[in-house]
Design a protein around this ligand. Structure first.
Ligand SMILES: Nc1ncnc2c1ncn2[C@@H]1O[C@H](COP(=O)(O)OP(=O)(O)OP(=O)(O)O)[C@@H](O)[C@H]1O
Ligand SMILES: [Mg+2]
Length: 354
């Protein structure tokens, strides 16, 4: 975003908060912590107290890690300030809630889960497995690396990650203007050297000075760093993986005692099981197999995730199928349902892996 606009927004915010002083004489530098997630990313300002202050984005406390292209009339229109620019291509893209909202209109052009592709070879079996599940194109880059396709254009995972970081940077600058953002970015403990290098590269491309990468569980344990002396267990179930870590925390000293992570068990894997269940239910009740219909599968995948979340509090969830398949194909009961008991039976193997 244009620096002048950001500065004006920061001034306005300060004025409305009752603080009217603003000087550009001294370069203002701030340190931020970034949690880059498969599905959601978050940014917090870290001051001397070491207690992170989460910065809100358009959609609340987190920014969906979703990126998509936008038509020229949008990129040149009045909402251009909310977009990010892919420098190499001179193109604007939408990031976060703006991109996620476009899932229902152009599912094959909305990229997410880029964290699972960063630093990976195209031939990697996890990449090939992901290709079968997502609606956007995953292709082979010039050096054999995994890349993605949006509106017919190829992007590297570093480029996609960089625009997500740029979006988080904008969220901070909208809140408080700074000339420089120094960043500490958290990454999974199983990230390779290549993946870590790519994250630093993406951070730098976004205009961040990357101070350090820290392991995600360590970042969580640091939020307990105000404790005098304690043992902290961190259980982090994300969308792509889960990690269990044990730390000895003493003031700001955080010592890793033990940790384990499994990139094959995360929220997405629960969603996939539920998705398969619903596809089978629809086939049985309507006699149509929607697996080949990308749009229907995208809607059902969203409904499956929502159902999983609701089953945390509800005993049964019902999904209305006319939203997913055309009404002409809806011959039987226009809904499919799942009880919590059935869901727990379906995911038992996954839960036992934890
Ligand atoms: N109430 C809930 N019950 C069950 N699952 C939930 C609930 N709320 C969120 N989730 C799931 O949590 C996951 C998202 O968590 P989070 O935003 O921490 O992931 P992430 O940080 O993007 O992923 P990762 O850490 O693996 O990169 C999704 O799979 C989402 O469906
Ligand atoms: Mg996470």
């Amino acid at each position: 975003m244009h620096l002048r606009l950001l500065r004006a927004k920061a001034l306005f915010r300060r004025a409305t908060c009752g603080r009217t002083t603003f000087s550009t004489a001294q370069p203002k530098v701030v340190t931020v912590g970034i949690d880059f997630g498969c599905k959601n990313s978050r940014v917090a300002i870290i001051d001397d107290s070491l207690v992170p202050e989460l910065v809100d984005s358009e959609s609340g406390r987190s920014t969906p890690s979703y990126v998509t292209s936008v038509p020229p009339e949008v990129s040149e229109g009045r909402y251009a300030w909310a977009l990010q620019r892919l420098e190499g291509l001179g193109k604007h893209v939408a990031v976060g809630e703006l991109a996620k909202c476009r899932m229902s209109r152009q599912p094959s052009d909305v990229v997410f889960n880029i964290k699972k592709l960063i630093g990976k070879e195209y031939d990697d079996c996890s990449v090939q497995e992901m290709r079968k599940r997502v609606h956007f194109g995953i292709i082979e880059g010039e050096r054999g690396e995994a890349c993605v396709k949006i509106s017919g254009m190829n992007f590297s995972p570093v480029e996609i990650a960089s625009v997500i970081f740029a979006k988080l940077k904008d969220a901070v600058l909208m809140y408080q203007f700074h000339h420089e953002l120094k960043a500490v970015i958290s990454v999974p403990i199983f990230f390779s050297k290549q993946q870590r290098e790519d994250i630093v590269l993406a951070g730098n491309k976004a205009g961040l000075t990357v101070l350090q990468l820290i392991d995600e569980p360590t970042a969580a344990a640091l939020s307990r760093a105000t404790m005098k002396e304690s043992t902290v267990v961190v259980f982090d179930m994300g969308a792509g993986a889960y990690t269990v870590s044990v730390f000895r925390v003493s003031g700001t000293n955080v010592e890793v005692k033990s940790q384990f992570s499994d990139p094959c068990v995360g929220g997405d894997h629960f969603d996939d099981i539920l998705l398969d269940y619903f596809v089978t239910q629809i086939t049985n009740s309507h006699g149509v197999d929607i697996r080949g219909d990308k749009y229907a599968m995208m809607l059902l995948a969203e409904a499956a995730e929502q159902a999983k979340v609701e089953l945390s509090t509800e005993h049964e969830v019902i999904i209305s199928t006319p939203f997913i398949i055309s009404s002409s194909e809806c011959s039987g009961d226009p809904s499919v349902s799942i009880s919590r008991v059935e869901f727990e039976r379906l995911v038992l193997k996954l839960v036992e892996q934890i």
